[in-house]
Design a protein around this ligand. Structure first.
Ligand SMILES: [Zn+2]
Ligand SMILES: [Zn+2]
Length: 297
């Protein structure tokens, strides 16, 4: 099984730009590097930037909202496309659909559609997160004019700390930079903690099946809680988390159930599933590379 793993991108997001000059103008896009992308949209980098954001009088753009936590670039592109075409996407059932092609320019409808997509069958189990960088957008999110319930699994991260002067000069670069850095740090700390655990302790057991793990072969998951040292086979933990859950009646195929979140068997703290998987993929790649270089030498 281990040979065919698809490693996820370090980061990939779908974003909502809002023109600072013309606040009723928005742009939806996706990128692995939001800081660089925003500079492109604002014309600070010669190459790149979508034509629509180059038009006179719209720059600078602010990145007001970011959806992240996608397991692959493709899933982010699908989400971007669905949000862009919310008036006709198959990811929103007709009876829930809000707005038409022309009315979807309204920011209230944009946010309502975003909420619908976050709960859609294809995206709802990914454990996606949303970061909002503009208070006005957050107010619209809270106002919830179209009464769309947000999936309980959606994390919200808020940061409205950007000086007005900087915004006028162009974009919210500091916010975006800090945001990406803090995510990377979170992931790096988790990865380092996991590595240390594996290096310090010999003959570690999976907490569910109690067999001794082999980091060169198995896909391993650690509890993300700082003081907890519990280790699992990812598969064993997923089965443990989804025990007793019934697959949603929506799906006619009986797909194996992927958890969105679940408790650590030992410390009982809630672990979000996607960060666990992402970390275990990184561990797997790390040990696969070590294994490979041992064979080559
Ligand atoms: Zn196990
Ligand atoms: Zn734990």
């Amino acid at each position: 099984m281990s040979q065919n793993l698809q490693y996820p991108p370090r980061f990939y997001c779908v974003y909502l730009l809002r023109s600072i000059a013309k606040t009723n103008s928005f742009y939806i896009g996706s990128t692995p590097d939001p800081y660089r992308r925003l500079r492109q949209h604002n014309g600070e980098l010669a190459a790149g930037g979508a034509d629509r954001t180059k038009k006179n009088g719209f720059r600078p753009w602010q990145m007001t909202l970011v959806v992240y936590g996608f397991p692959s670039k493709i899933s982010a592109l699908q989400f971007e496309h669905a949000w862009h075409h919310a008036y006709q996407t198959r990811h929103i059932p007709d009876k829930k659909r809000i707005g038409t092609k022309s009315s979807s320019r309204s920011v209230h409808i944009k946010i309502a559609n975003l909420k619908l997509l976050l709960s859609a069958q294809a995206f709802g189990r990914m454990g996606l997160r949303v970061a909002i960088f503009q208070k006005a957008i957050y107010d619209i999110w809270v106002m919830n004019r179209y009464n769309v319930a947000v999936a309980e699994s959606v994390h919200l991260k808020l940061d409205f700390e950007e000086s007005q002067q900087k915004l006028i000069e162009g974009g919210n670069y500091d916010q975006i930079k800090t945001f990406v850095k803090s995510l990377e740090k979170e992931e790096d700390d988790y990865f380092e903690k996991s590595l240390e655990e594996l290096e310090q302790n010999e003959a570690r057991e999976c907490c569910v099946c109690h067999t001794v793990v082999d980091q060169f072969q198995d896909v391993l998951g650690f509890c993300a809680s700082k003081d907890c040292h519990t280790l699992y086979h990812v598969q064993c933990w997923a089965e443990e988390m989804t025990k007793g859950l019934v697959s949603e009646p929506l799906s006619d195929s009986v797909l194996p159930l992927t958890p969105v979140k679940g408790k650590c068997v030992k410390c009982l703290k809630v672990n979000w599933w996607w960060p666990v998987v992402k970390n275990s993929m990184r561990l797997h790649r790390h040990f696969t590379e070590i294994g490979r270089s041992c064979i080559e030498n």
